[in-house]
Design a protein around this ligand. Structure first.
Ligand SMILES: Cc1cc2nc3c(=O)[nH]c(=O)nc-3n(C[C@H](O)[C@H](O)[C@H](O)COP(=O)(O)OP(=O)(O)OC[C@H]3O[C@@H](n4cnc5c(N)ncnc54)[C@H](O)[C@@H]3O)c2cc1C
Length: 497
């Protein structure tokens, strides 16, 4: 790591999470002469939301997450959102494969593992829903290979812990797709940034907190940075700034003062997992089993029982149990929410609070629940779970976006959004879902939003080398999808069917 700040880098990346790391790699592939400075408030890369235990590590391809396939009032199951998330993950698979082939990531097993994705539901009405969902999904080439069963023995073969000790009276059903993955986004982030740090013209500065962003002369951005060790404050000016600060992005967007950022607010949701490192239990579960969210809960708090592979060790994770904290980052301050309040976002925040009382009640209920009640939720999925095998693990924070809205005053959103300056010289990434899995899609979206002219020429050609499906709709092109999946599965050493 270099300690000398370049005074006028081309690009400043704020935050050393998966999003800045991914965008940084794209930019360096397109323009090897670009000078890029990265500032990170923590002591190393990938330590906030992207760290392995701070998220669930699901390679979200919308295989098993039931919230992406709502049942419409006419009984029809809408899979359009699932398809979109499904093919966004293909962009990440291609991006990672490119880096493995190039040698920038020496071993895919250092961050990605094949883990089947399952949806598991209980009750006759839910069984009916899952059957219809399966019929829709399995008819599409993107979900080729998905299996469905109401047979208790079959489900027990797929996920023994889920069926052991379960009442024989209860109707159950499950889907499974063996091409699912578990991803250690922390390891991936560290490898991407190590790759960048080995290149000339890139430097990362840890324990360096960005404290101010303002317009400088000539349209550049002045980024003020406080060194947490020396307590010195310095400034750099850049042509392009990416605010990839995760939960810390909203306050920095506000500091930039761009009119496009006015009115945005943030609603933090904290998370807790139950974690099991007991080898005899781990040896009997190899899947990510997603169930149905409780009524009133936010979509990302769907309970799931997951195989995790972190630093070569197998563990089980269950949760998340959502909660409310005023911090925007796990390593943030309790003042984060209050400091984000501005005259322009008070109305959107109050309106979103008024329109989402169910969510507030749900979060309060989650915070107040006893450990016995919490364990009961695990036993809904794994009936014979033993409390002695499980411990609490604090997850990362998610800051949901509150958007200004002419009709409602403000809307609570569960996705991600890029908010860019009119001249495209600064862009902030708000929100956290589907998350790290779609980092390549988000990187490409930043490029399309902010570097559209460059993409027409050489950058576009390079982008198609990195992501061969760029410009092709994988939702429509079955042959291309099959080819891309076979290629990336072989490189990433994951299942292909
Ligand atoms: C409970 C939970 C479960 C999740 N499960 C999944 C999942 O299964 N699959 C999935 O794909 N995604 C999941 N996600 C989402 C995923 O973790 C995030 O989308 C992703 O890690 C965000 O990456 P990032 O780079 O934007 O943010 P981060 O990894 O948080 O990185 C941002 C960085 O910016 C730094 N920073 C902040 N402010 C400043 C500042 N002022 N100056 C300098 N640096 C700053 C932070 O310290 C941090 O290191 C989950 C998230 C949570 C919380």
């Amino acid at each position: 790591m270099s300690d000398t700040f370049v005074t006028d880098p081309d690009v400043v990346l704020i935050g050393a999470g998966i999003m800045s790391a991914t965008l940084g790699v794209f930019l360096r592939e397109f323009e090897p002469s670009l000078r890029i400075e990265l500032f990170e408030t923590l002591e190393g890369p990938g330590q906030e939301s992207s760290e392995a235990w701070n998220n669930a590590g699901t390679g979200h391809a919308a295989n098993c997450e039931l919230n992406y396939t709502p049942e419409l009032p006419d009984g029809h199951v809408d899979i359009s959102k699932a398809l979109q998330v499904n093919v966004e993950f293909d962009l990440s698979r291609q991006f990672w494969s490119f880096l493995v082939k190039k040698g920038a990531i020496p071993d895919p097993r250092s961050f990605i593992h094949p883990v089947p994705h399952m949806s598991f539901i209980r009750g006759a009405k839910n069984v009916d829903f899952l059957r219809k969902r399966f019929a829709m999904m399995s008819a599409h080439h993107c979900y080729h290979g998905m299996e469905y069963s109401e047979d208790r023995q079959k489900i027990a073969d797929w996920a023994p812990l889920v069926m052991e000790g379960r009442s024989a009276e209860e109707p159950v059903a499950a889907t499974r797709i063996v091409t699912g993955t578990d991803v250690d986004y922390g390891s991936l982030t560290r490898q991407l940034i190590a790759h960048l740090e080995a290149l000339p013209g890139f430097s990362a500065h840890y324990l360096n907190r960005v404290t101010g962003i303002s317009r400088a002369e000539g349209g550049r951005w002045r980024v003020e940075v406080k060194d947490k060790s020396s307590r010195e404050t310095r400034a750099v000016t850049a042509k392009f700034v990416f605010i990839g600060a995760g939960g810390g992005a909203l306050p920095l967007l506000e500091k930039s003062g761009i009119p496009e950022g006015k009115g945005y607010g943030g609603f933090p949701v904290s998370g807790i997992w139950l974690r099991c490192d007991e080898p005899s239990v781990n040896a009997r579960h190899h899947a990510k089993v997603y169930s149905k969210a409780a009524v009133g809960s936010p979509p990302m708090s769907v309970p799931h029982l997951d195989t995790r592979v972190i630093d070569g060790k197998h563990s089980l994770l269950f949760g998340p149990y959502a909660g409310f904290s005023t911090r925007f980052l796990k390593h943030g301050s309790l003042m984060d929410l209050f400091e984000s309040l501005e005259p322009s976002n008070i109305t959107p925040l109050l309106s979103a609070a008024r329109d989402n009382l169910g969510l507030t009640e749900y979060l309060i209920g989650q915070v107040l629940q006893s450990s016995g009640h919490r364990f009961g939720t695990l036993q809904d999925i794994y009936p014979s779970a033993d409390p002695d095998d499980w411990k609490l693990q604090v997850a990362g924070q998610r800051v949901q976006i509150i958007k200004p809205d002419a009709e409602h005053g403000g809307l609570l959103e569960f996705g991600t959004e890029l908010v860019a300056a009119a001249d495209r010289s600064l862009v902030a990434l708000l929100g956290a879902s589907p998350g790290a899995s779609t980092a390549a899609f988000i990187g490409v979206s930043v490029l399309e939003k902010c570097f559209a002219p460059q993409l027409v020429g050489a950058w576009g050609r390079k982008l198609r080398e990195i992501i061969p499906s760029y410009g092709v709709s994988l939702i429509d092109d079955a042959d291309f999808t099959r080819r891309i999946r076979a290629d990336t599965a072989a490189v990433l050493k994951i299942e292909n069917i």
